[in-house]
Every structure is written in C-alpha cells, then in structure tokens.
Design a protein around this ligand. Structure first.
Ligand SMILES: Cc1ncc(C[n+]2csc(CCOP(=O)(O)OP(=O)(O)O)c2C)c(N)n1
Ligand SMILES: [Mg+2]
Length: 333
C-alpha cells in the first residue's frame, strides 16, 4: 500500500470527522484493553483483535440506517462497537460473565444483538456468508429497503460456499453487501500464497455482481464506497462486493507467534497508513479540532473502556445451572 498524503480539505463536516475519530479510537482502546485482560488470564479461549482495521467498520457504518443488518466472522469486537453495542456487555462477554451479551456463555466469537441487528460472531470460516444472504432474503421478502453487510476475510473468500451464495444473491437480487476485509493474511498465510488472483473484488463477475477495491486505511474512502454500495442495494439492483484493503497490526489471534511477516512490515503500516492518525491529521491540519479537543476525546474513550473492564471484572460468572438454559429458542419469543 502506498503512503498516504494527507489533504486538509475533505467533503465531510468537522463533526463527522470527530465522530469517526472517536469511534475508531473506541475500538482501538477497547481492543488494547482486551489484549491486556487476556494477558492477565481474565479472558480465555480464542480472542482475535481488530487493531489496524478500525476504518473498515466505522466507514461502512457511516452510511447505514436503522434496520440495516451486519454479520461477520470471529474478528468481531469492532463490528459490535461500531454498530452501537454496549462496550460493557461486549467486555463482560469476553471475560465470560453474566453481564455479557450472551450471559457469559458465548465468549469473543459468539455475541448477538437483536436491537442493533448484529447477527454474530461466527467461528467457522465463511459460515456467515450464506447466513448474510439469508438475512437479506428476509428483507427482500418483507419488501423493506434494509441492507445486510456480510463481512468476511481474504482467506474466507476462497471458500466454496461464498460462490454458491454469490449465485443465489445475484439470482434473487438480494440487498446484500459482501464486504471482503482483505487484511492480506489468513492466519499465517499471505494472500499471494493462498489466492490465485490478486483482485478478489472481481470474483463476482461471473455472477454479474459489481465489485470494487477500497482503501481500508482511509475512513472517508470507505464511507464513500459504503454510500455507493448501499444505494445500489436500496435501489433494488442486487448484491455488491467491496474488497477493502486493510491490515491487522496484531497476530491472527492472541496465540500467534507472527513468524510469517517482518516487524518492519507492521511498523511501516503503523507509521505510514494508520487510519486513526489519518483522521487526527485531517482534524488538526483542517483546523477542525485542537490538540486539547482531541485530548478530551481520548480521555473520554479511556474512561468508557476502563469502565467496561471494571464492569467485566465485577460481573459474576454464570452458575452451573446455566448449562441447561438458552439451548433451544423459545417458540413464543
Ligand atoms: C471452515 C474452517 N476452516 C478453517 C478454520 C481455521 N481458521 C480460523 S481463521 C482462519 C483464517 C481466515 O482468514 P481470513 O478469512 O483472511 O480472516 P482474518 O482472520 O484475516 O480476519 C482459518 C483458516 C476455521 N475456523 N473454519
Ligand atoms: Mg485475512
């Protein structure tokens, strides 16, 4: 990815820019805290951090309206925070406590919110792709103009079920945006070693699904792409593919020794392409905010994250009797 040149002029308001800064910072600080709690043994099992990829969800969410849906993989904390789920409920789920979104029984990869239309959290690579098309089918059937964001990775894009889904989604003109979060690695495998073509966004062509590449380290570029894709879906034109080029700074999961890439590669990305630093520069060079304003936002975010960690530590663990509850859905609900 080429180094970015920051422009002082943007076509969004100062307030919008500040919101994106805040929303991305919340994800970054939340994930850093989750990493700390994991290190302290307070979070167990799998934990996949989203650090570096914040502009993807924040930019896409900027073009959503109430009723739109989202579904993603196991790297899901950022998606939950970006759609407005409560950081306390997410952190408490990570620590396996009753105050969590799944009452402490789901953990990092299994959280849901009916209120925010967040449908998980899926540990099986690619499993969420047909499910996302199913959500979009429901909206089409109900004749509303909601859109479903179905997120998956560059590795998941090589799964057979993705192409079965592309076929059905195109055939039925489903209002689904397939968001390929191309962070260039699938666990320890670089894209060039796993994927026959460099351009994953063209994979919809045989099905007549348009696709484009988006700079995922630039929240404004992602927002513009989201506006275009949501309009396409709301106009009844069927699915759309966004291949968003991004980068994860941390390992695949907390247990990744990261031997497949150099420290220099990660450092270069952090220094030249960091999505939060980008908006910070836009705010300062455009004189939309002062250093003091940004410090106040940083402090506010730190407080929210610290409170979520306190809540997560104080919330009780589920009792043994909870092993027998929430197994089947209540038919009356
Ligand atoms: C069906 C299936 N195969 C393999 C795995 C193990 N696995 C977990 S994540 C992963 C890599 C996925 O990479 P990508 O889709 O690029 O997503 P990222 O982790 O980069 O966000 C693999 C192979 C799994 N969970 N499910
Ligand atoms: Mg990947």
């Amino acid at each position: 990815m080429a180094a970015r040149k920051t422009q002082a002029k943007t076509n969004v308001s100062a307030e919008e820019l500040k919101t994106y800064y805040r929303d991305m910072l919340l994800i970054r600080r939340f994930e850093e805290k989750a990493g700390q709690l994991y290190g302290m043994g307070l979070i167990g099992g799998f934990c996949h951090l989203y650090i570096g990829q914040e502009a993807v969800v924040v930019g896409l969410e900027a073009a959503t309206k109430d009723g739109d849906k989202r579904i993603t993989s196991y790297r899901d904390h950022g998606h939950m925070l970006a759609c407005g789920m409560d950081p306390k409920g997410v952190m408490a789920e990570l620590t396996g406590r009753t105050g969590g979104y799944s009452k402490g029984k789901g953990g990092s990869m299994h959280m849901f919110s009916k209120e925010k239309h967040f449908y998980g959290g899926h540990g099986i690579v690619g499993a969420q792709v047909p499910l996302g098309a199913g959500l979009a089918f429901a909206d089409k059937y109900l004749e509303n103009d909601n859109v479903t964001f179905t997120y998956f990775g560059d590795g998941a894009a090589n799964q057979g079920q993705v192409y079965e889904t592309f076929n059905m989604a195109a055939l039925w003109k489903l209002p689904v945006i397939f968001v390929i979060e191309n962070n260039q690695y699938a666990m320890g495998t670089a894209q060039a070693r796993s994927t026959s073509t460099a351009d994953i966004h063209t994979r919809g062509e045989p099905f007549g699904i348009p696709g484009e590449i988006v700079d995922g380290m630039d929240v404004l570029a992602v927002k513009a792409a989201s506006e275009k894709a949501t309009k396409h879906c709301r106009d009844g034109k069927g699915p759309y593919i966004l291949e968003i080029k991004t980068y994860r700074y941390r390992g695949h999961s907390m247990s990744d020794p990261a031997k497949y890439r150099t420290r220099e590669e990660v450092q270069k990305m952090r220094e030249e392409r960091d999505p939060i630093e980008h908006v910070r520069e836009l705010l300062l060079t455009g004189k939309h905010a002062t250093e003091e304003d940004l410090k106040a936002i940083d402090k506010d975010i730190k407080d929210i994250v610290n409170k979520s960690a306190e809540f997560a530590k104080e919330s009780p663990e589920p009792g043994v009797e909870e092993l027998w509850t929430d197994i089947y859905a209540d038919a009356q609900a």
